[in-house]
Design a protein around this ligand. Structure first.
Ligand code: ADP
Length: 561
């Protein structure tokens, strides 16, 4: 109900009440006037019956005493021929008669005029039946007639005003009470949507406020949805898996990388206990400590599906988490490659220092013997030549280590067209002394092709493979080199000692050397040759295949690009 309607209703009600009241007043006024006239006539008739004009001194007194305390004024009047009149009896003892008495000419009827005393009076006049020269007159003040009506008007109006006041008050209260819950709701919504409440207690104003609030809320909801989408997009575009866990252990946030890592969709994981992710005991233990507030952050490595992740648990006091304010945000970063490289580097340094230490110890040993003069002639010569051999080993080792270090340092590749045939021919001729010393024959089937690469890298790759084919070949053995331009392959087959199947997977590891001491004489090497080959292949995305049979021979195939 609007305020306007309340006002209209109240006015309508007031008008009906006032009109009804006026109607009652009019009816009351006229009916009391008529009643007064009837009474006036009746009293006049009674007085006429009492009065006897033939015996006026007695009956006149009887009349005045009969109407002594009556409101109606009863007078017995005589009239002269010139129109002058005299009041001979009057129950109110009022004998003034200096006015025209029109009523005396208006017998058996009502006359209204101002009396000698200044009142407006209603008169009724009869002639005495016994002696018509006597007039019996009954009179009453007109104000007496309407007194009752005026009282009714006065008190009725006061009552009417009170009724209307309370009616209006009641209507207003009912209206205010009716819109109170709505008003409270609007105030609440205005507070939520950060809008100034007008404070008006009008339905129209409230409806307008609701319109403003609902528009603001629609805008706010749109802005929030956009903000949520933005945050979700950002979280989903992050390569780290991010989850948030509430104090109760339920998952409250879960990004796209997390669903890829744990194989659970976001909708499957949200509000579930984090144990479904099955991350491991160390994780559970650290998360408990963070959730209990014993530590603020915890960072450790954990293995999930054979991949190493750095897991960072961060304590958070966020109200958006479902139960309570405390929770944890967890970041999983894939550090598998980093850790692997670190391990390789650590292994490399420990292996390198070990490999360098061995020849250095030998050299020092020989030098000490020479220095102390313990060795004589031939022994001394042999010690010197052994020292030279060990020093060469160290030199080769350092050379290979430097190569590996250069390859590791992500150098800028200087690519050029490299002819495979040309490169192989150069290498073979440089290794001629070695070939001759072992009387190895080399056959080349070269269907030449070129590749785009740093020539030094290709040389290193091919030298290592060809040198190994010579080193690990038997005396008078054979080597066959085949270049195939159609599938861009280089194949080198030897008839050497071969590699046992259990060792094949490890020959590309840094410093790994197959122990050939039982089958063959000690063959010199650094254990870095094939590691360098593998490194170069990775740099250019080439593939290297190995096939080998013990005591029969080995074939290495390089698939170029
Ligand atoms: P090394 O300096 O010892 O030759 P590599 O990295 O070149 O180091 O080779 C690793 C190991 O692989 C060698 O110690 C050897 O046992 C084995 N190997 C490599 N090439 C051959 C081959 N052609 N025939 C047999 N064994 C080989």
């Amino acid at each position: 109900m609007t305020k306007k309607r309340i006002i209209i209703e109240t006015i309508t009600f007031s008008l009906i009440l006032i009109i009804s009241y006026i109607a009652i007043f009019i009816v009351l006024f006229f009916s009391s006037r008529d009643q007064m006239r009837i009474n006036l006539q009746a009293d006049c008739q009674v007085a006429e019956r009492i009065f006897d004009g033939s015996n006026p001194t007695v009956t006149g007194k009887e009349v005045t005493s009969a109407f002594k305390d009556n409101d109606y004024r009863i007078s017995i009047i005589t009239r002269e021929k010139d129109g002058e009149y005299t009041i001979i009896y009057d129950n109110h003892n009022m004998y003034q008669s200096n006015e025209d008495a029109d009523e005396l000419d208006n017998i058996d009827d009502y006359t209204t005029r101002k009396s000698s005393y200044g009142y407006s009076m209603v008169y009724y006049v009869m002639r005495d039946e016994q002696n018509p020269s006597y007039y019996i007159r009954a009179a009453i003040r007109e104000s007496n007639v309407s007194e009752l009506s005026y009282d009714f008007l006065l008190y009725g109006s006061i009552a009417l005003i009170i009724i209307l006041f309370f009616y209006g008050l009641y209507k207003y209260k009912a209206y205010i009470n009716g819109i109170k819950p709505l008003k409270e709701e609007v105030q609440r919504l205005a507070y939520i949507s950060n809008i100034d409440d007008t404070g008006e207690e009008d339905l129209q104003a409230l409806t307008e406020s609701i319109d403003v609030i609902s528009n603001k809320l629609v805008d706010d909801i749109k802005a929030l949805t956009n903000e949520r989408e933005k945050t979700k997009n950002i979280l989903d575009s992050v390569s780290q898996a991010i989850i948030a866990i509430s104090n109760s252990g339920n998952i409250a946030l879960y990004n796209l990388s997390a669903s890829k890592l744990f194989n659970y969709e976001e909708k499957e994981a949200i509000n579930e206990n984090y144990h479904i992710l099955n991350i491991g005991d160390e994780f559970n233990k650290n998360l408990d400590l963070v959730l209990q507030g014993k530590i603020k952050t915890s960072t450790f490595d954990c293995v999930i599906r054979n991949i190493i992740y750095s897991c960072e648990i961060i304590h958070t006091d966020s109200s958006w988490l479902d139960s309570g304010k405390i929770g944890a945000v967890i970041l999983f970063s894939n550090v598998d490659e980093e850790r692997r490289i670190n391990k390789i580097k650590n292994d490399f340094f420990s292996n390198a220092s070990h490999e360098l230490k061995t020849p250095l110890t030998s050299i020092l040993g020989y030098l000490e013997l020479i220095d102390k003069g313990i060795l004589q002639n031939e022994d001394e010569k042999e010690a010197i030549s052994e020292s030279i051999k060990e020093a060469k080993k160290m030199k080769d080792l350092l050379k290979d280590m430097l190569i590996i270090n250069n390859l590791d340092s992500n150098k800028q590749l200087k690519k050029e067209e490299v002819s495979l045939k040309e490169t192989i021919d150069e290498i073979v001729s440089s290794l001629r002394p070695l070939l001759l010393s072992k009387e190895i024959t080399i056959t080349t089937n070269e269907d030449d092709f070129t590749i785009l690469a740093d020539k030094k890298d290709i040389e290193r790759l091919l030298i290592n493979l060809i040198e190994n084919a010579i080193k690990y070949n038997k005396d008078k053995g054979k080597i066959t080199i085949t270049l195939n331009s159609s599938d861009k392959t280089f194949k080198i087959e030897d008839t050497g000692i071969g590699i046992a199947s259990e060792n094949i997977n490890r020959i590309f590891e840094r410093f790994y050397r197959v122990d050939n001491s039982k089958t063959d004489k000690n063959i010199e090497g650094t254990g870095l040759g094939l590691a360098i080959c593998k490194h170069i292949a990775q740099l250019y995305d080439y593939q290297i295949e190995v096939q080998s049979k013990l005591a029969i021979g080995t074939t290495f195939t390089v698939h170029f690009k």
